[in-house]
Design a protein around this ligand. Structure first.
Ligand code: NAD
Length: 420
């Protein structure tokens, strides 16, 4: 895919473009918005790691805490060669807004390390993770900043973070991370929560648009935690998944892909490429393929001014954070695409992370059915609240979601006052 303009694809600029607009629509006090707009703390760490061949390497990592007004900062950790401070800032502020959209008592944070996990051994990743955690010790904790998985970080990495933190404070503290293995204080339903959440909000959108699952064709970009779980759950509920892709390419079958068979193939081969039940295609092409729902569930800046006008989906459900640029928003709006914005659509992950944190702190663990019921209740309520803003203020669903979130966070800030 050709690259859109630099200012269009900077995730921080993309976030600011939308949140500034929402703050203006809310007629928020300028001073208050200045406080809310800027991340409250940004930390850069240089992490020394001994590689398996005995040589020393230094990796750069970030942790940004955007807001702790409504509760402890909460946010993922991303491992990728493309991590930047601006991306981490954007992810941290999206977490603040996302937690406010679903009305959970967390602020927003994000972290990342510039590294290429595909070229690192498990031992090297463990050393990197432990040292990254140690460098940030003072900032972290169940009451301060709670980490979780994101691109290329999984439950094993969460377990190492939890263990390192616990070793430093001399007792086991499970609630410092979410997305942990079940045996270490994880929650039932967390692994598939983001994908399940996507299905719940798609169901709500179908109701609004008088569509039904059985006639709904879905294309999903990304087959990692978010994309593969969304594909599996939605397929079982009757949606027809006609396209999926990963960074190595895509698959298409107009009659629907057998997602259970594809998941097994992916598990055995580490790729979707070569799967016999579909034809190969490229990921960029899938974004503009004829379908009813498009779910970008990979990385930022996939729907831009360069391809938005060719997009054919009626519903864009944003599994990834920031998959659509601000310029593309206007094009989608003119085309009448029903957008379920990232800060609502993919909030199932942080919602169940909140449930995990609650369970860890109570030492009482819920049945999976309770997790799923509470998740569905939270997302349906939030969907209705966002849509009420859309209708009342005559704005897009995205700006409505930002308005709802900013309103909630600014209310808290006003009530707390400014400590000086
Ligand atoms: P992951 O690392 O498990 O999977 C990422 C997937 O995207 C992989 O299949 C990868 O091959 C694919 N991908 C990368 N570049 C691609 C490209 N150019 N074209 C097609 N596919 C590509 O990551 P994840 O946890 O599934 O996260 C995906 C997105 O969802 C990220 O934006 C993340 O911030 C967001 N998100 C994740 C969670 C969560 O709970 N994991 C929650 C909310 C939002």
């Amino acid at each position: 895919m050709a690259t859109a303009y630099l200012e269009e694809v900077n995730p921080w600029e993309a976030q600011v473009a939308r949140s500034d607009l929402a703050a203006k629509k809310l007629k928020l006090d300028d001073g208050l918005w200045k406080i809310l707009r800027a991340p409250s703390r940004e930390v850069i760490v240089h992490i020394p790691v001994q590689l398996d061949d005995g040589s020393l390497e230094t990796f750069t990592g970030f942790r940004v805490q955007h807001s702790t007004a409504r509760g402890p900062a909460k946010g993922g950790v991303r491992y990728s060669p493309n991590v930047t401070l601006d991306e981490t800032r954007a992810l941290a502020s999206w977490m603040t807004w996302k937690c406010a959209v679903v009305n959970i008592p967390f602020g927003g944070a994000a972290g990342g390390v510039i590294c290429d996990p595909d070229r690192m051994s498990k031992r090297e990743l463990e050393r990197l993770t432990r040292r990254y955690t140690a460098e940030l010790m003072e900032l972290l904790g169940p009451e301060k900043d709670v980490l979780g998985p994101d691109i290329n970080t999984d439950e094993q990495i969460m377990a190492w973070i939890m263990d390192t933190y616990s070793m430093h404070v001399r007792h086991t503290v499970t609630a410092v991370v979410t997305g942990k293995p079940l045996e270490l204080g994880g929650s039932h339903g967390r692994a598939e929560a983001t994908g399940r959440g996507l299905m719940i909000v798609c169901d709500e959108a179908l109701k609004r648009l008088s569509m039904n699952r059985n006639q709904t064709r879905v294309v999903i970009q990304g087959f990692g935690n978010v994309g593969s779980n969304a594909a599996r759950l939605m397929n079982r509920q009757g949606y027809k998944i006609i396209g999926v892709s990963t960074s190595r390419g895509g698959l298409f079958n107009k009659n629907g892909i057998d997602i259970d068979a594809l998941s097994l193939y992916h598990e055995l081969n580490g790729t979707v490429i070569g799967f016999p039940g579909a034809e190969e295609t490229d990921s960029a092409h899938l974004l503009v393929t004829d379908c009813d729902i498009l779910i970008p569930a990979a990385i930022e800046n996939q729907i831009t001014s360069l391809n938005a006008d060719r997009m054919k989906a009626k519903i864009l459900c944003e599994g990834a954070n920031g998959p659509t640029t601000a310029e593309a928003d206007d094009i989608l709006s003119d085309k009448g695409v029903f957008v379920i914005p990232d800060i609502l659509a993919n909030s199932g992950g942080v919602t169940v992370s909140y449930f995990e944190w609650v369970q860890d702190r109570q030492g009482y663990f819920w049945l999976e059915s309770m997790v799923n019921d509470q998740l569905a209740h939270t997302l349906r309520t939030s969907f209705a609240e966002v849509l009420a803003y859309t209708d009342t203020h005559d704005v897009s669903n995205r700006i409505a979601a930002y308005m709802l979130a900013i309103n909630r966070v600014s209310y808290t800030l006003r009530q707390r006052g400014i400590y000086a």
